[in-house]
Each structure stands twice: as C-alpha cells, then as structure tokens.
Write a protein that binds this ligand. Structure first.
Ligand code: 4AD
Ligand code: MG
Length: 502
C-alpha cells in the first residue's frame, strides 16, 4: 500500500512507494514517456510515467489531462539533483479526480490586467505561490517578535468615530444613519491600552481612500502598530531597528527557496545589519539638493534612454521572428513571453525617461517644510545600503499627535524608516505629544473637533507619560523583501482605486 505524503516530505521517502495528491502544473510527452509536473501546495515534483507501467488506456488518459486537473499519483521516490525540489516520482498508477479543460492561465503569456482579474486562479502560479509564502512568514514573524518581547496584543476597532491620520483619506460608512469611518490606524486605541499594559500592539487591516494609483498604495492594507510607555524617539527607533532586522533574518532563514524562486538578490538582504542609518529631515533635504543626486539621476536618465532604444530594437526582432513562416509553436510561445516582458519593461523605461527630469526638479527645488514625496524617498533610500531613518519632520506636514521637539519647535520627534534599493517608507512612527496643552493647540490648528477626541485627551489628563510607537505596513515590507516592483502582488486580494474584483 502506497504511503500518502506531500512533495515537501519526499526527502524522507526516497526508494519508497508513495501517493501524491495534487494538480497538474504542466505536462509533456516524448513517445514512451510522459512527464507530469505535479504541484500539491507544498512544492513541485516531476512525475515520470513510462508507457509500459500502466494500461494503454490509462496512459492515454494521463497524456490528455488538461492543465490544473486534480489527481493522485502513486510511484517510487527517486532522488534527482537536476529535478525541481531534488526528487522525481517513477509513476506506477495515476488516479484522476477531475480532468480540467480550458484553464485560463496557460503557459502562454498573459498581461497584468488579465492576471489580476483571475487572481483566484493566479494564486496557483509559482511566483504568486512563493510571494504569499513569504508574506505568511513575515506575518508570523511580526506576531512572534512582539509576543516574544512582552507585548500584549490589543485588537482595535475597524469602525472609528473620527480620523486617526489625515481627513483626506477617510472611507465613510453609514452606521445606522450616522457616519463612521473605516480605521486608518489603530494607534489612538493602542495608546490607551499602553497605559494599562505598558507594551502593546495591534495588527490588522487598515483603510485609506488613497486616490493615487501608485506602486506603493493600497486602499486596504495590513499594519502592525506597537506602542510603548516611558519611551522617547530613540527608544522607538531602537525597537523599529531590532524588529525589522529580526524580520529579515527570519525570512532569510525560512524562505530562502521562495526568495530564490523569485530571483531575489539575497546579498542585498544579507546586507541588512544593525545599526541602520539615521538622518534628520533637514539633512535629507540637503542630500536632495546635492550634486551627487543630480549626477545619479542624470546617469539614470541616460541608462533609461539607452535601454529604450535597445528594447525597441529587440522587440522588432522578436516580432519578426515570431511572424516568420516555419517558426515552431513552442518557439513562438517563448517569444510571446519574452515580448510581453520586453513591452512591460519598455513601458517602465519610457515612464522613467518621462519622469526622471521631473524627479530631478523636485529634488533640486525641495523646500524645507513640505513632506518628502515618493521620488524623494526613493532617492534617499538609494543613497543607503541599509534601511535609513529620517527623523524630525516639520510639524505642519505631520499628524497632530506627534511630539513637538524641545529644542526646535518647528519639528516633531517622528521617524520614517525607508527601505533600501529605492523602496522607500515601510514604517511611520513617532514619540507622541504627551502634554495636554500642546496637543490641544495642535488639534485646533488642524481644525479637529475636540469633542470627537475627548476620550483620547483623557490619556493626557490622567497619568500622562512620554510614549511612542510606529506602524509597519505589511505589503510594502513584502514588496521590499521579495524584490517586487508593485505592491499589488503582495496581498491575496488587492484593493486599489478602481480595483475590487474578485
Ligand atoms: O505612516 P503611516 O500613515 O503611520 C500611521 O498610520 C501611524 N498611526 C502609525 C503609528 O505610529 N502607530 O502608516 C504606517 C505605514 C507606512 O509606513 C506604510 O508602510 C503603510 O503603513 N501604509 C500603506 N501601505 C500600503 N498602502 C497605503 N495606502 C499605505 N499607507 C500607509
Ligand atoms: Mg507615513
């Protein structure tokens, strides 16, 4: 009797007969041999069926199986260095559960719109499989870090009576005839719980009505927010640094195979060591005005222009080759894939050629007082190999709850953590304004309705202490660690402006 197992477990069954249950990823035959690439959720395994091993009818039925057919396969496990996963199955029997026909996501090339519409099926593709496994480990690593460091989990509400961040990005919901808002942050609530438990965190979905269609913005994303008592900005930075470092280490330990499958340059992640860099907002502004930023962007522009020409030439050549009479079908398919990739890159490079001059202008004319833009963050992040904290932003461009700096009242004791390789902000946090009068003054400046925040002001009335915390966005962290250009593949079902299906 064959032993039921999974592809991940094959290493402990070499030489034995086992049963694998899964789905057909793809298949090819060469006369007397049929190669069934099986996936079972834990990995991929090549299953080799010899014509003589089964009846002619069974061989024919297996040969005709469509992509994503569900099936059980019995066979002997062979160690094979060259095979995916290091093992092969010498098949003795195939039992079909369902022969699936016309699976939409074929090995042929597909554009991103089609794939996003078929997200419920796209999950099964190798890259998407790998990304969500990395996400799983990041989420698990987040929970473990805080649980292991004495933090108490506080689940904060999703229906919120007022803005926690900015009023421009609120989603209003009709709550029995009254407007409430989907939570932009759990922070104000964890601040109250911090007074009871000292070290707390919340971890859940948050919502922002972001009207921008960027690579970095979702309308629904996951955020973890720790909050600690008797802490200043340096304590918050130290926590963020240790936490992000440990997270990267965990993924490197547990998801090497997935990162390699994604083609991630692991040396870049291995370079994430403590201490992280730390600069102030004013220093960041100076960096942006620097000559080496100008040179770096001019180089980028030249490179992008050259690449556009290269891509145009190669696209023309590939198109001609694909259309040429006598081009084999497999070759045409391969060219179609390459063309899709090349066109995507061409669009990116053309965007770069259009945008770089604008980014140069933004950087050169960056005026003290404004928030750093996405392109500014990218530039600063690129100038550092390790993550970089940017601290002490101008008060006016940051949220009302941030602590006014004692030496320079124009700035607040806040921190953004920018991930390297141009990824930009993954963490936003601060020491909190713990003085009632100063907080009230800031709220009036912002035009916030005091009555909505009475409960929050109580925290400054009864036993206020210096405290602070931060929020880390899960999806931006997954994008950075996996080396993805766009945030949309980092969450099972992305919600963005103009996208909420399936
Ligand atoms: O900087 P943000 O807005 O900070 C807060 O919400 C604070 N209340 C956190 C705190 O101090 N407790 O957001 C924190 C992080 C960002 O650095 C980013 O990683 C992520 O949340 N984030 C988004 N991720 C995806 N799409 C969006 N629209 C995001 N907005 C913020
Ligand atoms: Mg922020």
């Amino acid at each position: 009797m064959a032993h039921a197992t999974t592809i991940a477990e094959l290493g402990s069954h070499v030489g034995q007969t086992v049963t694998l249950s899964g789905w057909l990823y793809n298949s090819r035959s060469s006369g007397k041999l049929l190669f069934l690439m099986l996936r079972d959720g834990t990995g991929l395994c090549q299953c080799v069926l010899e014509k003589t091993a089964v009846s002619p009818e069974d061989f024919e039925a297996a040969r005709r199986l469509g992509q994503e057919s569900s099936l059980h396969v019995d066979g002997v496990v062979r160690a094979d260095e060259r095979s995916v996963g290091g093992h092969e199955l010498a098949v003795s029997a195939v039992r079909i559960v369902q022969n699936s026909a016309g699976y939409p996501i074929t090995p042929k090339a597909h554009g991103i719109e089609f794939l996003m519409k078929n997200r419920h099926l796209w999950f099964r593709s190798q890259r998407q499989w790998a990304i969500l496994r990395v996400r799983h480990t990041i989420v698990d690593g987040i929970r473990r870090y805080f649980n292991d460091h004495g933090f108490i989990l506080i689940d904060t509400p999703i229906f919120a009576p007022a803005a926690g961040e900015g009023s421009q990005t609120l989603f209003a919901v009709d709550y029995f005839g009254e407007p409430v808002y989907l939570a932009q942050t759990g922070q104000l609530y964890v601040e109250s719980a911090m007074m009871a438990h000292r070290k707390v965190y919340c971890f859940g979905p948050t919502f922002r009505a972001e009207k921008s269609k960027t690579r970095r913005h979702l309308t629904e994303f996951w955020m973890v927010e720790p909050e600690i008592a008797y802490a200043d900005i340096d304590d918050v930075c130290a926590l963020a640094e240790d936490f992000v470092y440990e997270l990267v280490q965990r993924v490197l330990r547990e998801r090497r195979m997935e990162l390699e499958l994604l083609g991630r340059d692991l040396t870049k992640l291995e370079a994430i060591q403590k201490p992280f860099n730390r600069i102030t907002y004013s220093q960041a502004a100076e960096l942006l005005h620097g000559d080496n930023v100008r040179r770096m962007l001019l180089d980028d522009l030249e490179r992008a222009k050259a690449r556009v020409e290269e891509l145009k030439k190669s696209i023309a050549e590939k198109e001609a080759e694909r259309a040429a009479p006598g081009t084999k079908e497999w070759k045409a398919d391969k060219l179609a894939h390459e063309l899709l990739d090349a066109r995507e890159e061409l669009a990116d490079q053309e965007d770069a050629v259009r945008n770089i001059p604008h980014h140069m202008e933004l950087a050169a004319n960056f005026a003290w007082g404004g928030d750093l833009g996405g392109s500014d963050e990218t530039i600063i992040a690129r100038l550092h190999e390790r993550p970089v904290f940017v601290t002490h932003y101008p008060r006016a461009c940051k949220a009302f709850y941030m602590k006014r700096n004692a030496d320079d009242p124009r700035v607040v004791n806040n921190l953004d953590l920018l991930a390297p390789e141009g990824y930009g902000e993954i963490i936003g946090g601060s020491q909190r304004e713990d003085e009632l009068d100063v907080l009230l003054e800031r709220m009036r400046e912002e035009g916030l309705n005091e009555a909505d925040y009475e409960w929050y002001l109580d925290l400054r009335r009864y036993g206020t202490v210096p405290h602070g915390g931060f929020g880390l966005g899960v999806e931006r962290t997954v994008a950075w660690i996996c080396g993805l250009k766009h945030i949309r593949e980092t969450i099972p079902y992305a919600r963005m402006m103009g996208r909420f299906y399936p």
